[in-house]
Write a protein that binds this ligand. Structure first.
Ligand code: BGC
Length: 498
């Protein structure tokens, strides 16, 4: 071999050695990056862990806070608000009634016709529209004028033959925010939640604002009740099944209400109701306990929200926030590793990942996880390998599993407070006869998160059985109430007339 050929061969060996070295180096680097991402996932899983022992601590904390909130004004982060609802619709109601519901993402208007028998409930003309985002930080006047205008359009569409023509229309205003009531039809806004920010509205009477806007438009409508969405759901639940004592909403926000004995509402001594009980709006979104498994993502989300240090429980379990927790985890991963390609600026946009996208990714059953690929692409993350898409599904699972399980602990806490969790105050084992005395208890549940996100629902229901045990769970029935908040509020107005 000539000298040139030897030099050429040596150079070729050198080149291939360095190519191999570069490739090995890259592989090592990419393995290290993958390991970093897997480490983040592991930390997330550990921080979100909710073994049944921890859930039981949350159950106890919820029951304790409920007592404290009932004992004195400001005694707990749970406001335990009086609703002045002490009779729930029982099925004998008659007539035509309306509901206007301002929720977190949608507003709804509907009309119900009642024939005096439980089976005769005719829900007519349900309209459901997204709340225009500019209204959320406008002025109270703009907001209420918009609602009155929407109501006017709804009424204009009613046929001439509608039996409510010529009669003053009775309306329930389902208002999904915390209100301090002075009667069933009046109350002032305590604070906004779920991203609404109309500060001059705080402290104003909500029903009065709506009534004023209706009057200005010359509408012959009477705002007969101001109803929290949970109370609406409870009303519909009770209308169908008088064993309903608790209602919970899992939607954009989250909250619960339940029927309480008036003598247990110590902060309002002397409160007399003919039924001896009153529905209490817990505003459980603001519940807090050191037993809640909180991550650095929750802390950042809270700090950057429009209501920091507020609604801590809601921020772990409600629809507005689950997507944003998942987004924060993905962003963190994309910052420490390039497995998502170059970090997309969209991943830094708060709330850009909605919870319905999380549910679509989590429940993606295509073999190549095409839904996940599509949603990531919308976030500016394209062409990620299957193993990265699987990782994203896992993140959704961890965040939603924690939410579902904590939601179950919240419900079990209420059952404990009202003595329906099977413990009956007895710490030791229970006899068979005691078991037989366990009352059937219905929990009415409403809200898009619960209705549309199967995995959330399943995790919640599974954890409830885990907490209560198989035997007691047989007495606890969780019932879905589609549009329950709005329909139930209209039923409540009907029950006031009869
Ligand atoms: C509000 C509650 C409401 C819940 C569900 C929360 O943000 O404070 O009043 O019931 O969302 O809509």
């Amino acid at each position: 071999m000539g000298k040139v050929a030897v030099a050429f061969a040596a150079a070729a060996v050198l080149v291939s050695c360095s190519v191999a070295a570069v490739m090995v180096g890259r592989r090592i680097k990419s393995r290290a990056k993958w390991r970093a991402v897997v480490e983040i996932l592991k930390e997330l899983e550990e921080a979100c862990d909710t073994p049944v022992g921890r859930l039981r601590q949350v159950v106890d904390a919820m029951a304790v806070e409920m007592h404290a909130g009932l004992a004195s004004e400001g005694g707990s982060k749970l406001k335990m608000l009086l609703t002045f609802v002490h009779h729930l619709p029982n099925g004998t109601e008659k007539g035509t009634y309306y509901a206007l519901h301002l929720g977190g993402t949608y507003f709804r208007i509907l009309r119900v016709h009642l024939g005096g028998e439980r089976s005769y409930l005719d829900v007519q003309d349900v309209e459901r529209h997204p709340i225009p985002s500019h209204l959320m930080d406008s002025t109270s006047e703009v907001l209420f004028n918009f609602l009155a205008f929407s109501m006017e359009r709804f009424i204009e569409k009613e046929g001439k033959e509608s039996n409510s023509q010529g009669v003053k229309r009775e309306l329930a205003f389902t208002f999904s925010f915390p209100v301090k009531h002075s009667s069933i039809s009046s109350g002032v806004l305590i604070k906004w939640t779920k991203g609404f920010e109309i500060s001059e509205m705080v402290g104003k009477d909500v029903a009065e604002c709506l009534q004023g806007a209706m009057n200005r438009r010359g509408l012959d409508i009477h705002v007969a009740a101001l109803v929290n969405d949970t109370v609406g759901a409870l009303s519909l639940g009770y209308y169908h099944d008088p064993d309903t004592v608790v209602a919970v909403v899992f939607g954009t926000g989250s909250n619960a209400c339940y029927l309480e004995r008036t003598d247990a509402i110590i902060k309002s001594q002397g409160l007399l109701t003919t039924s001896g009980s009153m529905v209490v709006n817990m505003e459980w979104g603001n519940f807090w306990s050191s037993h809640l498994p909180r991550t650095s993502y929750d802390i950042d989300l809270d700090a950057e929200s429009s209501n920091p240090n507020d609604m801590g429980f809601e921020k772990m379990i409600a629809g507005l926030y689950l997507g944003d927790i998942v987004r924060r985890v993905i962003r963190h991963m994309s910052q420490v590793s390039d497995i998502f390609g170059p970090t997309s600026s969209m991943l830094s946009e708060p709330y850009v990942l909605r919870t319905n996208s999380v549910s679509a990714m989590h429940e993606d059953d295509t073999p190549e996880l095409q839904q996940v690929a599509r949603i990531l692409k919308d976030l500016g993350v394209s062409d990620v390998p299957l193993k990265v898409r699987k990782l994203v599904v896992k993140i959704c699972d961890v965040v939603t599993r924690r939410a579902g399980r904590l939601a179950a602990a919240g419900i079990a806490g209420i059952l404990k407070k009202v003595g329906r969790d099977g413990s009956g105050g007895i710490t030791s084992g229970r006899s068979r006869s005691e078991m037989r005395m366990q009352k059937r208890t219905v929990v009415a549940v409403e809200g898009g998160l619960y209705m549309n996100y199967t995995m959330f629902r399943e995790y919640m229901e599974e954890a409830l059985v885990e907490i209560l045990g198989e035997e007691v769970s047989q007495y606890v029935v969780v019932k879905a109430m589609e549009d329950g908040s709005s329909i139930g509020s209209a039923l409540l107005v009907a029950s006031l007339q009869s």
